[in-house]
Design a protein around this ligand. Structure first.
Ligand code: AMP
Ligand code: MG
Length: 352
C-alpha cells in the first residue's frame, strides 16, 4: 500500500485543510491515518469499526488483547462512548481535559470488543493538539489510536519516525512536526465504586500523581514494584492487559545505572570484554565520557526536555554498531516518574 504523506505544520492553510479532509475521508472509509497529538503520534482508525481496529493491530504487530484508546474532540463525543461518567471522572475532565490524560470508564454498547479487548471498560482521551482535534471533528467518529510505532518499539515523536515504522502499511501520515511531551498520556482508572473518591494510575504521564492528588482524595498506582507483584499482575487479567507487554525497547539491550560510579565501572568492564557500548548521558556528564557512541538526554535538571527527547534518543542507537546501552535513571518524581516507568520497560527491568 502506498502511504500518503501530508505536511500539517501550517495550521489553517489550504494545504492543511485538504490534508485534514483527506485524513478524515480515509478514516471514515476504514483506513488508517497516523496523526500528531501533544504526547506522541497516534495510529488512528475508526473506533466504531471492528475491521478498522483489526487493521491497527495488524499494522503495528500488536497483541490483540492489548486494548486501544478512543480519541474524541469534545465532551459530546466522549459521552457517546461511555455508559456512565463517575464523579471522580468529572473532576478530571474539568481539571485536565483536553490534555495528556486517558480515563478508563464503563463502555457504551456501540464500542466494539476489538477496541476494548473484550473488557467492559473503555479508555477515552481528548487530545490537546489542533491537528488531532481537527481530524477527529472532520471524521465525525471516535478515533481508536495506539502509538504509531511497530509494537514494542519506542513511540514516535515526529513524522519521520512514524514513516520509518509504518510507511507502506497504512493509508496516510499527517506530519505535524515534533510532539510537545514526548511520552504517552497518563492513564487513570475511574471505575472504582461510586462514592469513593479514588483513581488508580495505570500508566504515569505528564499529568502526574501529584497533580491528581490535588483534586482527588486517593490516588493509587497500579505499576508492579517487584518480580512477585509483576507475576501477580500478569495473572490478574484483565485489569489492564497492556501492562503485560514489554515496550519502548531500543534494538541493543539497555541497562539502567543508578549513579556515575556504577556507569564508569560497568563501562570499563564491558570495554575489557570487547563490547561496543553506547551511552545515554545527562548533558552535564556528556563531556566526561570518551566513547564512540553517546548521546545527551538533556540536562538532569530539565525533566521536560529529557521526556521530550527520550524516544528519539533511544532510537538513535538503532542505526549504530553498539552491542549494549547504559543509561542513568532520573529522579522518580513528578514527570520523572513517567520517564522512569518508560526507562524501566525499555531496559526490560535491568538495573545496576
Ligand atoms: P498505547 O499503545 O500507547 O495506545 O497504549 C494503550 C494503553 O491503554 C495500553 O497499555 C492499554 O492497556 C491501556 N488501555 C486501553 N484500554 C484499557 C482499558 N479498558 N482498561 C485498562 N487499560 C486500558
Ligand atoms: Mg504504544
Amino acid at each position: 500500500m502506498k502511504t500518503e504523506i501530508y505536511n500539517v505544520k501550517k495550521i489553517g492553510t489550504e494545504e492543511y485543510t485538504r490534508a485534514i479532509d483527506r485524513g478524515a475521508e480515509l478514516l471514515r472509509a476504514g483506513e488508517l491515518v497516523a496523526f500528531p497529538t501533544e504526547t506522541v503520534y497516534g495510529l488512528g482508525g475508526n473506533g466504531l469499526d471492528a475491521d478498522a481496529c483489526r487493521k491497527i493491530y495488524e499494522a503495528k504487530g500488536r497483541p490483540s488483547d492489548n486494548p486501544l484508546i478512543l480519541h474524541v474532540a469534545d465532551f459530546e463525543g466522549l459521552k457517546k462512548i461511555v455508559s456512565r461518567v463517575t464523579e471522580t471522572a468529572e473532576k478530571i475532565f474539568a481539571a485536565f481535559m483536553p490534555g495528556p490524560i486517558t480515563v478508563i470508564l464503563p463502555r457504551a454498547k456501540c464500542v466494539p470488543d476489538a477496541v476494548t479487548g473484550g473488557l467492559d471498560t473503555v479508555a477515552v482521551r481528548m487530545p490537546d493538539n489542533q491537528v488531532a482535534r481537527d481530524l477527529i471533528l472532520a471524521a465525525g467518529i471516535p478515533v481508536a489510536a495506539p502509538s504509531a510505532n511497530i509494537s514494542g518499539r519506542p513511540s514516535p515523536t515526529n513524522g519521520e519516525t512514524v514513516s520509518r515504522d509504518l510507511a507502506g502499511r497504512i493509508g496516510a501520515i499527517l506530519d505535524g512536526g515534533a510532539t510537545d511531551w514526548g511520552i504517552e498520556s497518563t492513564i487513570v482508572d475511574c471505575t472504582e465504586a461510586e462514592g469513593r473518591d479514588t483513581v488508580t494510575i495505570l500508566r504515569p504521564g505528564a499529568i502526574t500523581g501529584e497533580m491528581l492528588q490535588e483534586i482527588i482524595g486517593v490516588v493509587k498506582t497500579a505499576a508492579p514494584k517487584n518480580t512477585a507483584e509483576k507475576e501477580a499482575s500478569l495473572k490478574r487479567a484483565p485489569m489492564a492487559p497492556g501492562m503485560k507487554y514489554t515496550h519502548y525497547a531500543p534494538k541493543a539491550p539497555m541497562t539502567l545505572v543508578t549513579d556515575g560510579e556504577t556507569m564508569a565501572r560497568e563501562l570499563r568492564r564491558r570495554k575489557i570484554a570487547g563490547e561496543q557500548v553506547g551511552l545515554l548521558l545527562f548533558a552535564e556528564d556528556y563531556p566526561e565520557y570518551e566513547v564512540d557512541y553517546k548521546c545527551s538526554l538533556g540536562s538532569r535538571s530539565d525533566i521536560r526536555e529529557i521526556a521530550a527527547g527520550l524516544y528519539d534518543n533511544l532510537r538513535y542507537f538503532d542505526e549504530l554498531p553498539v552491542d549494549s546501552l547504559l543509561c542513568p535513571v532520573v529522579p522518580d518524581e513528578g514527570l520523572g516518574a513517567a520517564v522512569v516507568n518508560r526507562l524501566r520497560k525499555a531496559a526490560g527491568g535491568r538495573l545496576l
